[in-house]
Design a binder for this molecule. Structure first.
Ligand SMILES: CC(C)(COP(=O)(O)OP(=O)(O)OC[C@H]1O[C@@H](n2cnc3c(N)ncnc32)[C@H](O)[C@@H]1OP(=O)(O)O)[C@@H](O)C(=O)NCCC(=O)NCCS
Length: 191
């Protein structure tokens, strides 16, 4: 998918340019490594997959949001200077026309704006390339970087699901954040 337009953050700093590239099985090793990072495991209910199982899954996802034969879509986040820095996904419900987003940036590349730039681009693409009318994210309570991203992009906190995910032996509450098509301003962050 196309490179990010000149997204800017709340202080009007330009966000890093990123591009979304459809995931293929050979990307699984990098993502599998990111899935082992303690901060990622602490907040996310990953299925316990081997690398081979993850590669099979990566070969079965869609990349073109106009193709309703797929429900799960995944892309790698690519920075021209660095290479692959993370991954983003959408799980679409084509009957309800909503999609749940997911995103991860490798710890090594965290805190540089890649997460926000990637999610901003994902929203652009989702609303431009599909008929989805709503995107939402479920975020473990306490995952402040993740919450900061969606709030800065104009998502609304719609509620909190109590003890919704069992992660690493703990039941965690989940914030639900939603964004409607009419609330999104392509290529720019809300003031
Ligand atoms: C959440 C995640 C994608 C953020 O990626 P990132 O590239 O580091 O995010 P950004 O650099 O765009 O920063 C986003 C915001 O988080 C803030 N932030 C970073 N670390 C933080 C921390 N420990 N506490 C509070 N805020 C923090 C940043 O300052 C920034 O906000 P600001 O611009 O208002 O200062 C990344 O940490 C990650 O992949 N985590 C594991 C997977 C995950 O939890 N994904 C989300 C699933 S819902």
């Amino acid at each position: 998918m196309s490179a990010s337009p000149a997204h800017r953050d709340a202080s009007d700093r330009p966000l890093p340019q990123v591009r979304l590239v459809g995931t293929r099985p050979e990307h699984a090793a990098l993502c599998w490594q990111w899935r082992q990072e303690p901060v990622a495991r602490r907040f996310n209910p990953y299925d316990d997959l081997t690398l081979d199982e993850l590669a099979v899954r990566f070969g079965a996802v869609g990349h073109d949001l106009s193709n309703h034969a797929f429900k799960t879509f995944r892309w790698m986040v690519r920075s021209e200077e660095i290479g692959f820095v993370g991954t983003v996904s959408i799980r679409a419900n084509w009957r309800m026309l909503h999609g749940e987003i997911g995103y991860q940036i490798g710890k090594e590349w965290g805190g540089r704006g890649f997460g926000r730039a990637a999610v901003a681009l994902l929203c652009d693409e989702a609303f431009q390339q599909s008929e989805l009318i709503r995107l939402f994210a479920t975020i473990s309570v306490g995952n402040e970087p993740s919450r900061s991203i969606v709030e800065s992009l104009g998502f609304t906190h719609e509620g909190t699901l109590r003890k919704h995910h069992l992660i690493e032996g703990h039941f965690l509450d989940q914030w639900v954040y939603g964004l409607l098509r009419e609330e999104w301003r392509p290529g720019s962050l809300p003031a």
